[in-house]
Design a protein around this ligand. Structure first.
Ligand SMILES: [Zn+2]
Length: 357
């Protein structure tokens, strides 16, 4: 197995810090516990039970929007990597000092501020069947990227032979878009492949979130961001048929359904710990997003709506026949049969409705 992946998986399982900011000691403790676990089966069973508990569904609300607040003080936490920030409305939160707590595994390896998919050389067949990903700990908070209803055609997965790598959330141009978790901006640029103004953030657990079609980008590549920080304004740039946020969640470049993590309608995060299974990845997902799907779906929908609107019906009266109706509506018996799924020999009944166009 690639040494990077291995240490990476270890890192993601060991990542959680305690609420009291004693991260280094805790990590050592957990590492020691893991060593013991490999020797004692009973202990391993305990940890599976604990993991199961952590994987349960939760309802985690977005953290307070601090974008309009001013910071009134910054305090030491007792851990040099953590600072406590006090805001003007008396709320507070932990902020990780990225210079102290720099993670070279996640934020330097495969770090590319121009290429959308930098993981191509990673052999994903080496990836285990399932990976435990910590979404939240005492420092990593959450904010819904955009609370709204997913467009009926904007769900993740295949639709009409094409593959949608994310979800589409209709919005008003200029609506704020938030960083889902804290992390570092890997990409902030205009993408000519269809995303338009695109921001990609890599998070502490290795997940990446993609925010496409933005009217405006408010962050730069390599910048550290906090969950809930406004990273851009929603729009319709790139290959888009109307203002919406195209949102993707990826791990090692592979996309999976963001609805596994977030209920966008209520804005809640569904879990603290996520068991990402290899089977969640779509077979196309190591490739880029093909925005033709969104355009094609929209065009097909419009054709269907137009066709629906153009339909005409006739209520059959005594004396009507297929041939007299074909003549009356300027069509053919064959056409009438096709539209109604009947045969030329079918006896049409008075009072029933017949589609004539
Ligand atoms: Zn989309």
């Amino acid at each position: 197995m690639d040494r990077f992946i291995f240490s990476f998986l270890l890192a993601t399982t060991l990542l959680p810090l305690t609420a009291h900011g004693e991260a280094p000691e805790d990590v050592t403790l957990i590492a020691e516990a893991n060593e013991i676990e490999t020797q004692i089966d009973a202990h391993a069973a305990d940890s599976v039970a604990a993991l199961r508990l952590r994987l349960e569904r939760k309802q985690i609300l977005s953290n307070t929007d601090t974008n309009d607040l001013t910071i009134i003080d910054t305090l030491d936490s007792g851990n040099e990597a953590l600072r406590v920030i006090l805001y003007s409305n008396n709320t507070w939160k932990y902020i990780l000092d990225r210079e102290v707590a720099r993670d070279s595994t996640i934020f330097e390896k495969y770090w590319d501020t121009t290429t959308l998919f930098p993981y191509r050389e990673v052999d994903l067949s080496e990836l285990p069947q399932s990976i435990v990903i910590e979404l939240l700990d005492s420092v990593t908070s959450y904010h819904c990227p955009y609370q709204g209803t997913i467009h009926p055609n904007g769900k993740f997965g295949p639709r009409r032979r094409r593959q949608h790598q994310g979800i589409d959330l209709p919005l008003k141009t200029g609506d704020p878009i938030y960083a889902t978790f804290s992390g570092r901006v890997r990409i902030s640029r205009y993408n000519y492949g269809g995303y338009g103004n695109l921001v990609i953030i890599r998070h502490d657990n290795g997940l990446e979130t993609y925010y496409g079609h933005l009217a405006e980008r408010l962050v730069e590549a390599n910048q550290w961001v906090e969950a809930g920080q406004i990273i851009g304004l929603g729009g319709s740039t790139g290959r888009s048929t109307g203002p919406h946020l195209h949102f993707e969640t990826r791990y090692y470049g592979r996309s999976f359904d963001p609805e596994r993590l977030i209920d966008f309608k209520s804005g809640v995060l569904c879990r603290e710990t996520f068991l990402l299974k290899k089977s969640f990845f779509s077979i196309y997902s190591n490739a880029g997003q093909d925005f033709d799907d969104e355009i094609a779906n929209e065009e097909q929908d419009q054709r269907e709506i137009a066709e629906q609107a153009a339909r005409r019906y006739h209520t059959i009266r005594r004396g009507d026949s297929l041939s007299s109706l074909a003549k009356k509506y300027g069509t053919t018996v064959t056409n009438l049969c096709r539209l109604n799924g009947i045969k030329p020999t079918t006896v049409i009944q008075t009072g029933k409705s017949l589609r004539v166009r």
